[in-house]
Ligand binder design. Sequence first.
Ligand code: CO
Length: 210
Amino acid sequence: MDNLVRLLDSNKAWAAARLSEDRDYFNRLAHLQQPEFLWIGCSDSRVAANVITGTQPGEIFVHRNIANMVVHTDMNLLSVLEYSVNVLKVKHIIVCGHYGCGGVKAASEQKSLGIINNWLRNIEDVFRTHRDELTAIPGEKQRVDRLVELNVEEQVLNLAKTSIVQRAWKIKQETTLHGWVYGLDDGIIKPLTQVDSTEAIDPVYRYDNL
Ligand code: CO
């Protein structure tokens, strides 16, 4: 219980500090949300979008799930994506994975974990797609970390496959997709990939009538 009280006490101190810097701080934020970025990250408690990017409330629209996945039957993700692109008109969509991801590690093992098996299967599909490269890597940690990178790249492609993103590109709305990976060891984000037009995607996924 003491730890829970600590959260509420910290919150009061934080709010007071904001007001002492800027009397209008909450007034302004309460009336306007205009983030430039959508962040799709892992739920891992160590990879907090605002904290690791040094950004303030109001700057990043955030969606997090286990292993930063873009799953096309996930209504939660699709709703966040559509709102971000069509209403907030974010300029950048960032998929940020992280080395040492427990979700990616679990997907590369053979142990059944219950319901989560079905979520992790999406990562196993990424493994299957890149099996030759991954099985050639000798160390387990290195293999999982490479799967983390490949998974980020695949999730960026999954964003590009959606009619939401393809429509934004069609109407020339600035929407750039980014794949990043964060290092738990050093706190540094490494950019891996960037996609900003339909040319990057396999024609089998392309819609011509948006
Ligand atoms: Co993770």
